[in-house]
Design a protein around this ligand. Sequence first.
Ligand code: HEM
Length: 159
Amino acid sequence: MTLSFFGIRRAPTMALLLSLAAVATGCASMSHGSKAAPTASLYSRLGGYDAIAAVTDDFLGGALGDPRIAPYFKGLEPKDIQRIRQHVVDQLCNATGGPCYYPGRDMKTVHAEMEINNDIWNAFTGHLNPTMDKFRVPERERNELVNIIGSLRGSIVNR
Ligand code: HEM
């Protein structure tokens, strides 16, 4: 499994993505390069759709390139990986308060036959911290994102 499935060749910082989002949306609270208002959704504070897609690509690139994780995705075609990637983006966009609909299957059904235990879960989600480091996600947003992903654990770990 290589990162090329996700087209990851560079990793713009969250600061850059925040400024890009400000330009793209013309949002007053971001147009001076400052952070989104504290009351803004996590989706907005992370920098919107493109930032979430970039974070997802980096996170999944790390996870799927991990020899402990790769066997679970063995045999899937690039189009399947693209679908999974798009569904994770949709899911995170939706869960962080963004304007996205998640059209995929529920987590319990998807992962039911995979015999995912705590070690595999920890290996997979262990790729989140390096990604958030790389994108310089601030502490408050890190904690919220970790909580959102952590809330899926009970539906995914089944061993
Ligand atoms: C951060 C935790 C996780 C999230 C948010 C997540 C999310 C998803 C999503 C959204 C899909 C696509 C569902 C669909 O297309 O209907 C998916 C599929 C899949 N996930 Fe996960 N997952 C997580 C953890 C794991 C772990 C720990 C493993 C195993 C190591 C795993 C293995 C897979 C596989 C193999 C598929 C493809 C299933 C298929 O379409 O045949 N996932 N996951």
